[in-house]
Design a protein around this ligand. Structure first.
Ligand code: UD1
Ligand code: CA
Length: 483
């Protein structure tokens, strides 16, 4: 962007407020929009201007906030504002912690998830293009109530920002609002903060007064207005949080449709900000794509699918399924009604069919687990077929063990494979077997009681019943009447 001649010295993210209206044990800033904490969006936008420092001002629930930042953004610094004496005081705390600064200081909030890095970059660029001492990000909103109003002079420069509670009746009509985001020349900011007072309706040190005072000193104060007012919207309660999630999702879904993804019902399709999709992916209704999920070209997902941290290959199809930390190969198919737990990998052209649960199961290319199976701690070779109702009994009450099925092998229906056990390449397991010993190549294992029939049992033990009568009739037809 602006190069090394005028780098952004610091982005200050205000995040000390109590978030009372969330009524939550969890810090407001850790509540999520499209799968990521509100704070993570603020940090991402801050990082986009490539500042020397990102300084987050923490206060309420700061242990949570600081430890979350340690996970998502180890580059950021934090400072404590022990008492929330106003936005001016919060920025003062940040400057005290930062020490000497030259260049721009950007101020933003931790609870405005829709704000993009591009907008902050544009704000900084406008600030330099116009040679302002301070530039404030503004927008016109449908309902300006609660926001600071931008009072401009006839040339369009900013005269002052008047807080909602301090407005006169005509000022209250102004629909251009202060987003709370600014670029300050560091020296102007430092000087302005030292002169703030609490002489206002809320008895706080208002950061906004720095702008009016600078203007009175004859400095240039500009406004950079954005049309997309929702970028400036903060979240104060869970009603706004839900609305924000919906709007963020709408934007994400629209972005993917414009990139070549077909979405049957955008309203019931929820995609986290971190998901990546490919052209000609088709998303049917009620699809949730979460975390680091990625989907290859032409794959068909849905209806009714939730994927969390799942990699789906091109051309795969998934119907009515839930999967987490799984890899689904190209042209493979999953569902309906299946549950893929962590460590499941399905090879190219493989199949996990209806009512199948898998966990830590490596299913090779072309292998099929079509019906009603539990495959836990399984290694299933290429093109092997697992019959309906097979159970990989992986847990002996103490430890988990692995079952290996070789390539091109066939496990008959309703078998129990008691781990650890191994079926070699090219082997069969007869239906209904309970397998405890290994099966060699080319062998069939039959591990079940032999069938024994007792002729005449019904006539003897169930005489006089309908069953006995039907048996008698059948035997007579066959010329074998009971003796
Ligand atoms: C502030 C602006 C207002 C603007 C609005 C946009 C001031 C005086 N007013 O008002 O012009 O339209 O934001 O949303 O700046 N915070 C701290 N420490 C404090 C006070 C606040 O960290 O001592 C943080 C809060 O956690 C919050 C942000 O600063 O993230 C804004 O504070 P808030 O009290 O909500 O300011 P508003 O009254 O909404
Ligand atoms: Ca606010």
């Amino acid at each position: 962007m602006q190069g090394n001649s005028s780098p952004v010295a610091a982005v200050v993210v205000l995040a000390a407020g109590a978030g009372t209206r969330m009524k939550s044990r969890k810090s407001k800033l850790l509540h999520e929009v499209a799968g990521h904490s509100m704070l993570s969006y603020a940090v991402a936008a801050a990082n986009a201007v490539e500042p020397q420092h990102v300084m987050v001002v923490v206060g309420h629930q700061r242990d949570q906030v600081v430890s979350h930042l340690g996970e998502i953004a180890p580059n950021v610094e934090t400072t404590v504002q022990a008492e929330q004496l106003g936005t001016g005081h919060a920025v003062q705390c940040a400057l005290d912690a930062l020490g000497e600064l030259h260049g721009d200081v950007v101020v933003t909030y931790g609870d405005v998830p829709m704000l993009t890095g591009e907008t902050l970059i544009e704000l900084v660029q406008a600030h330099h293009a116009r040679h302002d001492a301070i530039t404030v990000l503004t927008s016109r909103v449908p309902n300006p109530q609660g926001y600071g109003r931008i009072v401009r002079d006839d040339d369009g420069h900013v005269l002052a920002i008047v807080e909602d509670k301090d407005t006169t009746a005509p000022q209250a009509q102004i629909d251009e609002i202060n987003s709370g985001m600014y670029v300050f020349d560091a020296a102007v900011l430092r000087d302005g903060l030292s002169r703030l007072s609490t002489d206002n309706a809320q008895g706080e040190l208002y950061l906004t007064d720095v702008l009016g005072n600078a203007r009175s000193d004859g400095l240039r104060v500009g406004a950079y207005e954005i049309a997309d007012w929702q970028q400036a919207e903060g979240v104060n309660d869970r009603v706004q949080l839900a609305r924000m999630n919906k709007e963020m999702n709408r934007r994400i879904v629209e972005k993917w449709m414009r990139a070549g993804v077909s979405v049957t019902d955008p309203d019931s399709t929820w995609i986290h900000a971190s998901v990546s999709l490919s052209p000609d992916v088709v998303l049917q209704p009620n699809v949730y794509l979460e975390g680091a999920t990625s989907i290859g070209e032409g794959a068909k997902i849905g209806p009714d699918v939730t994927l969390t941290d799942v990699e789906v290959g091109p051309g795969a199809s998934i119907v009515r399924a839930q999967a987490i930390l799984a890899v689904i190969g190209a042209d493979a198919s999953v569902g309906p009604y299946s549950y893929l737990r962590p460590g499941t990998t399905l090879g190219v052209g493989g199949k996990i069919g209806g009512f199948v649960e898998t966990k830590n199961a490596k299913i090779a290319d072309g292998a099929k687990v079509p019906h009603l199976t539990y495959a836990g701690d399984a290694e299933i070779g290429e093109r092997a077929n697992i019959g309906a109702g097979t159970i990989f009994a992986n847990y002996d009450g103490v430890a988990k063990n692995t079952t290996r099925i070789g390539k091109d092998s066939f496990v008959g229906s309703n078998s129990v494979l008691v781990a650890p056990v191994e079926v070699a390449d090219g082997a069969y397991v007869a239906a209904g077997s309970t397998l405890t010993d290994p099966v060699g190549p080319g062998e069939i294992a039959i591990a079940r009681g032999r069938q024994a029939n007792v002729p005449g049992w019904v006539a003897k033990r169930r005489a006089g019943t309908r069953t006995a009568q039907s048996a008698e009739e059948a035997l007579q037809r066959d010329g074998k009447a009971a003796e």
